[in-house]
Each structure stands twice: as C-alpha cells, then as structure tokens.
Design a binder for this molecule. Structure first.
Ligand code: SF4
Length: 267
C-alpha cells in the first residue's frame, strides 16, 4: 500500500533527496551521450529518404518527419524526467514505468555505450543500481514489516561457521563473527523477513514463497544487476556488499544502511 512518506526518511539512502552522487552522474551522463548520438542519427534517417520518398507520396517526408520528431521528443523527455525524478527524489507519476524502461532497455544499451567511452562495466552497473534505488525510493512505498524482505547472499556467513542458516536464519547463534548476527537483530527489531540465498534460483524461490512487497537485497554488482532485472517489476532496493577478503568469501555489509532502508519502507 503506497502512502505519503514520513518527513524523517533517512537522509543517507536518499542522498538528501536533492543531490546527484558520482555513481548516478555516470548513468545520466551516458544517457545524455546516447541521446546526443541518436538525435543526429534520427535526423539523418529522416533527411536521406526525404529526397526520394516524394516520388512515392508527396506527404511521406512529412509523416516520417513527425514520426522521428516524436521519437526524439520521447527520448529527450525520458532523460529529462529521469533526471528530475532523481534530483527531486519524488515520484513524477511514472517512476515505476521509468524503472522498467531502464531495467529492460536502457541499461543493456548503456553497457555498450560505456565501453565506447571507456567507462568500466562495473561503474555502469553501480550507477544503474543507484539509479534503480532512487526510483524505488521515489515510489514512496510504505508497507507492513511482513511485506519487507531482506534477501542476503550466503557469502556473508563466516566461512567456518557450522550453523546452517540457509533454511532458517534464526539458527544463527549470534556469535558476531559475521554480519548475519546484525541482520538477524535488524529482522527481529523491525519484524521484517530475512532470508539467505545460495544463488539466483534459490533467491527466486524465496521471493515466490514469501511474496514480499519490497526487497532489500545485498549482493555484488553482477548478481545485483541480474537480480534487479529478474525480479522486475518487484521493487528491489540494492545494497552492494563489501569484499575485504576477495569475492564470495566472508563478505560484509553496511548494517546502518540496511536498517535505514528498512525504516524507509515501513509505514
Ligand atoms: S553470527 Fe551466526 S552465522 Fe555468523 S558465524 Fe556466528 S553463528 Fe555463524
């Protein structure tokens, strides 16, 4: 159920609601670059047949001109709306649809364009995750604790822990050797769901079984991006894990950020 946002929504995850962090700037910058590349291309696509198309029908160039004009308008309008949504941190009545377009169409396109401009794939992925989070927050989702799910990767668990937490996280003994302890405490404190998945298939099964209204997920860039794409249109707020010991081994997560995200989605 969507309701008006509380005035004290944590500022950390909203970035003050008015700033554009470097991660997001990459995404918007690439988006503007795509628009700038496409505008002359569309103009060219219209102009070249302009000379010859009159032979088929005198009004054909005009019709094509309107068609390409509408395309340019939608493209520039989309970039403008996206930028405005991010700057204002508010739902401009289409943030849900915008997220869909970005997840399905724009992001794969920007990976290729980023490569063209020497932007690393990982940077574009991070930027995409930030933009996704901003749009999820802009939807102002406020729900009950049982509809919020914290979805965690198995690599957060201490490598030598003998406890099996994948079936039931409550089995954790709270010894404090890994961040699972802190996550269980957040789950208990707010009454939100907590699950640990060993891979994408298990994660999907957990989502189907628990039917959350919003997910706060932790993963690395690659898994997060595929998770966001797989679970669309379900809103997923993504938090990247820290990997002080290398990938997939004793990873960590910013517990403060997780708690703030939980607070942001609870009514
Ligand atoms: S906090 Fe829980 S999961 Fe982590 S090592 Fe201790 S018992 Fe295992």
């Amino acid at each position: 159920m969507d309701k008006a946002p509380p005035s004290d929504t944590p500022s950390l995850i909203l970035d003050g609601g008015n700033s554009i962090r470097p991660q997001k700037r990459i995404f918007i910058g690439l988006l503007v670059a795509v628009s700038l590349l496409l505008v002359p291309l569309l103009a060219l696509l219209w102009y070249v047949p302009y000379v010859g198309f009159t032979q088929f029908h005198p009004r054909l160039p005009l019709i094509l001109g309107i068609f390409f004009g509408v395309l340019v308008f939608l493209m520039v309008g989309g970039v403008f709306l996206l930028t405005l949504t991010i700057i204002l941190g508010r739902d401009l009545f289409i943030s849900k649809k915008l997220r869909g377009i970005i997840v399905k169409i724009v992001f794969p396109l920007l990976i290729g364009v980023g490569r063209l401009f020497g932007v690393r794939k990982e940077q574009v992925q991070r930027s995409f995750i930030e933009i996704n989070n901003q749009l999820v927050l802009a939807q102002k989702i406020r729900t009950t604790p049982d509809k919020v799910l914290l979805l965690m990767p198995h690599c957060l668990q201490f490598h030598d822990c003998a406890v099996r937490i994948t079936g039931n996280v409550e089995n954790c003994k709270r010894c404090g050797k890994c961040h699972i302890k802190g996550l269980v405490e957040i789950s208990d404190k707010y009454g939100v769901g907590l699950a640990v998945a060993t891979g994408g298939t298990i994660a999907r099964r957990i989502i189907v079984e628990r039917r959350p209204q919003v997910i706060i997920a932790v993963a690395c860039e690659r898994d997060m991006v595929s998770g966001l794409q797989d679970s669309y249109p379900l809103p997923v707020y993504g938090v990247l894990n820290h990997r002080p010991h290398g990938p997939c081994f004793d990873t960590e997560v910013d517990l403060v950020r997780i708690e703030q995200a939980v607070q942001a989605f609870l009514s």
